[in-house]
Write a protein that binds this ligand. Structure first.
Ligand SMILES: Nc1nc2c(c(=O)[nH]1)N[C@H]1C(S)=C(S)[C@@H](COP(=O)(O)OP(=O)(O)OC[C@H]3O[C@@H](n4cnc5c(=O)[nH]c(N)nc54)[C@H](O)[C@@H]3O)O[C@H]1N2
Ligand SMILES: Nc1nc2c(c(=O)[nH]1)N[C@H]1C(S)=C(S)[C@@H](COP(=O)(O)OP(=O)(O)OC[C@H]3O[C@@H](n4cnc5c(=O)[nH]c(N)nc54)[C@H](O)[C@@H]3O)O[C@H]1N2
Ligand SMILES: [Mo]
Length: 665
């Protein structure tokens, strides 16, 4: 539709695209564009899950596209690291500088001293292709994506292989809905209306979360375990199912293996013993287990809140086991809604043999970035850090080490981003990236069965380039074959979308009702059975005691204002620590007071809010804050350890333990 308004030269267009940001919903968008500029964003047609409304953040996305923080040209550092002082440079000059430093690092320490911290979880689907290909060919270290979903994802793959997730739309058919470690009201906004629809038809809702979230407030049952103890809660529910004869023996026999070993582990946690560890009353554990066995069909939403601690792998595996033990599969409205990323038919194509490196390059766990940057003995050291589509100075654990590492004079840092993030301020060279409104690509989804086209709907802002264009330009500096590094979206998409020549509009990948687990989709092992034991790294789920050096568990949950740190440059969450009334009273601090929150790693000062929705012993500071939101320049992540979870080396944000006290006067 083209509507001419006012002056004849300024056309207002309404165009359809999709949102690729790191959120399960992946909304279809209808955008209003005036003279090549984005002026409005609203819900659009295509994704049946998201029809009707979009979140408040993305409604204001135009503000971010033209934010004062937007990087408009390549920038070369002129001031001290971290000061954010730069001069503008041409792309050619900036990339010559980058290429020279890559060659220098390779000559002095070997190619593995180059570390590409390329994440791009909020970028369109194909935007890591050519930078990955470039660094692979160069022989750089590989950075494993462990900061989010690695633990949860590996638990799933160990138990179910490539079995597809339940469809969120099918929750309307459930009689019992279990929302475990997920906060959909904030992080998956199109799911709660479907839960409400099921409730209106008589479904009951159980929420497992240390906080009384909005979903928990409306739930029929709210179990509030201490953070990091879900494995104990789930095993205790399993032990009760076993003791009370409520295990669905037929289902377990036919569709699982390893149940005996699993139940042996569970029997160690009778509800009474579990209560003292997880803080959920034994009667509630028994009640929840009996309700699960009695209500059919039951539908589980297992989120990422329970993975972010040392017992995360065990927690996810034990939670996934509950519907298996009770046979809650095979009919519409049953199953587990986890990640849908396995459903998208995308491929990055066969790797060029010239890009394969032997021996395997060094692997770097992203959660250990700060420690590695600060490690003077590391061999080879990190000489060049290339950051794309991530903001580790704000998002990563052990924040003081990340900042100290980024401030190293002998480190050369390149950051390719849309805005001058906390990380980009430390860059030697900062490069301007396009937003998804400025490039053609596709949006894949981890929470909806749809693949959507994201056409270029506005003019490029400044001299921004896509990630693939940057990968291509770097390849050219190294004389790599141009045909392997063609950034043209038609070429990239023709090779990527496996069944044809790229996506067109929005493509449904599965109809609602077509992904019923153990009916339409099965574990992809030869036996087609789910595995309950013999899982990599953990064997059977087990509990590792938590750190009790400091008394309060610090959670940093998703906030409605941001996607991770995106949007916080102009509309961040309130930088406050929320505390249960009893914990506040026992420390002599009142609502609105400035407090110190500290542990052995760091101390930060911020305003305290009393919050009765938190259980005693649990405090929160929102994730996503920019460092400048707090006077000391440090966020919750300064208090977060860089230890790893029990599976896949995942982050343990919620293992942070702190104490809180009035500000020193
Ligand atoms: N608005 C908004 N939406 C987002 C994001 C955002 O930043 N903002 N981020 C996106 C991203 S990257 C992700 S990964 C997803 C995350 O989506 P979710 O998994 O829903 O998000 P979280 O806020 O990490 O955690 C969910 C809940 O887990 C609880 N929790 C914390 N520790 C534990 C525990 O030990 N056990 C249990 N049972 N619960 C626990 C928290 O209190 C929280 O309510 O959301 C995506 N959507
Ligand atoms: N304390 C605490 N910290 C956490 C968590 C927590 O629970 N607690 N959760 C974590 C989770 S779930 C996650 S997923 C991580 C995420 O951590 P990060 O990956 O650091 O996420 P963002 O802060 O959103 O940074 C993404 C950056 O990518 C840029 N970007 C977006 N699209 C493109 C693109 O197409 N090209 C380029 N070049 N850049 C682009 C954005 O502008 C943004 O600056 O953070 C984690 N941090
Ligand atoms: Mo995430």
């Amino acid at each position: 539709m083209v509507v001419v308004r006012g002056s004849a030269s300024l056309t207002t267009e309404s165009l359809t695209t999709a949102c690729p940001l790191d959120c399960p919903d992946t909304c279809s968008l209808s955008v209003t564009v005036e003279g090549g500029r984005l002026v409005g964003v609203d819900a659009g047609p295509g994704n049946p899950l998201t029809d009707g409304f979009i979140c408040q953040k993305v409604k204001h996305h135009a503000r971010r596209v033209y934010a004062p923080e937007r990087v408009l040209t390549p920038l070369v550092r002129t001031g001290p690291k971290g000061a954010g002082e730069f001069r503008a440079a041409s792309w050619d000059e900036a990339l010559d500088l980058v290429a020279a430093r890559l060659r220098d690092a390779e000559a002095r320490f070997g190619a593995e001293s180059v570390v590409p911290y390329v994440y791009n979880s909020s970028a369109p689907a194909m935007q890591s292709l050519l930078v990955d290909r470039f660094f692979n060919r160069f022989g750089a270290s590989r950075v494993d994506h462990t900061i989010c979903a690695a633990t949860h994802g590996m638990a799933w793959h160990e138990m179910f292989g490539g079995m597809l997730s339940a469809d969120p739309r099918d929750v309307v058919h459930a009689r019992l809905i279990v929302v475990w470690g997920a906060n959909p009201t904030i992080s998956n906004v199109h799911f709660p209306p479907l839960v409400n629809e099921a409730r209106a038809a008589g479904a009951r809702v159980v929420v497992v979360d240390p906080r009384r979230t909005a979903m928990a407030r409306r739930a029929d049952r709210h179990l509030a375990p201490l953070p990091g103890t879900d494995v104990v809660l789930a095993l205790a529910m399993a032990s009760h199912l076993d003791r009370a004869g409520l295990v669905d023996r037929d289902f377990v026999e036919q569709h699982t293996e390893g149940a005996d070993e699993f139940l042996d582990a569970a029997r160690q946690w009778l509800p009474e013993a579990a209560e003292s560890v997880c803080g959920v009353p034994a009667a509630e554990i028994v009640g929840a287990a009996e309700e699960l066995a009695a209500s059919r069909p039951a539908y589980f939403r297992v989120g990422w809140g329970l993975e972010r601690n040392r017992n995360g792998g065990s927690a996810c595996a034990a939670a996934f086991a509950l519907p298996l033990l009770t046979g809650q599969f095979g009919v519409l409205g049953s199953g587990v809604f986890a990640s849908l990323s396995d459903a998208t038919p995308l491929t990055t194509g066969p790797r060029d043999p010239a890009e394969r490196h032997t021996p395997r390059p060094r692997h770097v766990n992203m959660n250990r970035l700060g420690a590695m940057l600060c490690d003077r003995e590391l061999d080879p050291p990190i000489a060049v850090l290339f950051v794309q589509g991530a903001n580790p100075a704000a998002s990563n654990p052990n924040q003081r080490a990340v900042h100290a590492g980024l401030a190293r004079d002998d480190l050369f840092t390149v950051v390719h981003d849309q805005v001058l993030t906390d990380t980009a301020r430390f860059a030697d060279v900062a490069l301007p990236a396009t937003t998804h409104f400025e490039e053609r690509d596709v949006a894949a989804s981890y929470g909806a069965y749809v693949l959507q086209e994201t056409p270029a709907v506005i003019d490029r802002v400044g001299e921004s380039r896509t990630n693939n264009e940057l990968g291509s330009a770097m390849a050219a500096k190294f004389g790599y074959p141009a045909e392997r590094f063609d950034p043209d979206p038609s070429v990239v998409l023709a090779n990527a979308v496996t069944d044809g020549n790229g996506a067109s509009g929005a493509r449904p990948l599965r109809d609602a009702g077509a992904t019923v687990q153990f009916r339409d989709t099965f574990p992809t092992f030869e036996s087609k059975r789910a595995r309950l034991s013999g899982l990599a790294e953990i064997g059977v789920p087990s509990y590792r005691p938590l750190d009790e050096t400091y008394p309060l568990a610090l959670l940093s949950p998703a906030s409605p204002k941001t996607i991770n740190t995106m949007f916080a440059e102009f509309d961040g969450p309130q930088p406050v620590v929320r505390v249960n009334p009893d914990d506040a009273a026992s420390r002599g601090v009142e609502d609105g007071a400035t407090v110190r929150v500290f542990n052995a790693q760091a101390e930060i000062e911020l305003t305290m809010r009393v919050d009765a929705d938190l259980r005693p012993g649990v405090v929160t500071i929102p994730k996503g804050l920019w460092c400048r939101a707090l006077p000391g320049g440090l966020t919750a992540n300064a208090l977060v350890p860089d230890t790893l979870s029990d599976l896949a080396g995942g982050a343990t944000f919620n293992d942070a333990r702190v104490e809180l006290a009035p500000r020193r006067t």
